[in-house]
Design a protein around this ligand. Sequence first.
Ligand code: NAI
Ligand SMILES: O=C(O)C1=N[C@H](C(=O)O)C[C@H](O)C1
Length: 242
Amino acid sequence: MRLAVAGATGRTGSEVVAEARDRDHAVVALSRDPDEGEHDLADLDAALDAADALVDFTVPEATPDHAAAAADAGVPYVVGTTGLDDEAEAALDAAAGTVPVLAASNFAKGVQALLRVVRAGVEALPEYDAELTETHHDGKRDAPSGTAVSLLDAIDEARGEALDRTYGREGDHLREAAEVGVHVRRAGTVRGEHEVLLAGDDEVLTLTHRAESRRVFAAGAVDAAERLADREAGRYDFTDVL
Ligand SMILES: NC(=O)C1=CN([C@@H]2O[C@H](COP(=O)(O)OP(=O)(O)OC[C@H]3O[C@@H](n4cnc5c(N)ncnc54)[C@H](O)[C@@H]3O)[C@@H](O)[C@H]2O)C=CC1
Ligand SMILES: O=C(O)C1=N[C@H](C(=O)O)C[C@H](O)C1
């Protein structure tokens, strides 16, 4: 395959480039400030002419342009960027009218399993208090993480109600039953840790995923690009191609 990668010099995009090359894919590494072996992201349209998929790990404000370029070129679009706003989501929906579009907040297979396990845990223990803690490196922009938002949505789904999301606590703040605490930590080079805690009387269940390398996200994203190639236009989840 020929994979175009936006954000190719970034923390995650560079791992996607390495993973794709390890699988003998031809890579068009796109950067805003290209160095040797990279292509100018400003020439995205030209780069997509010969591409079989576009994989994007950049910033939410770039998503609408990248989605539109993929749609114009008829190229499947795999996006891992998190913190997407309504405009970006609308752009994904629009592109999905023309090409397959797969957006995932986390391309680690273990996180997809965690989502299932969390749903099962909350369904089994609906009256237990749920609290979520996520930890990431000090360069992460969005908080809470995209994965944390997916986990919170999964908790709501399993509870059958939208819990109040309480972002940290201070002062006089007694916990409400319909509340889920959300705790965000940013420190060092932590690749990504997510923990859901379910606590009732005299017992605590903790469900945790820890990414130990960004290669796990890259591998999932390249899997997605490979498996999206022969799909029809539309929106896909990572679970659709696992
Ligand atoms: N879905 C998943 O599995 C994962 C998602 N992510 C998400 O991917 C995104 C990138 O994360 P990192 O690689 O840590 O970031 P990074 O800051 O290391 O890399 C971002 C890349 O985007 C480029 N960029 C910045 N502004 C841009 C713009 N306006 N237009 C085009 N390119 C631009 C930068 O030059 C850089 O190459 C974040 O939203 C992060 O949350 C990260 C890891 C896994
Ligand atoms: O920015 C990161 O690093 C990560 N972002 C994703 C998120 O926001 O959930 C996935 C992973 O946790 C790493």
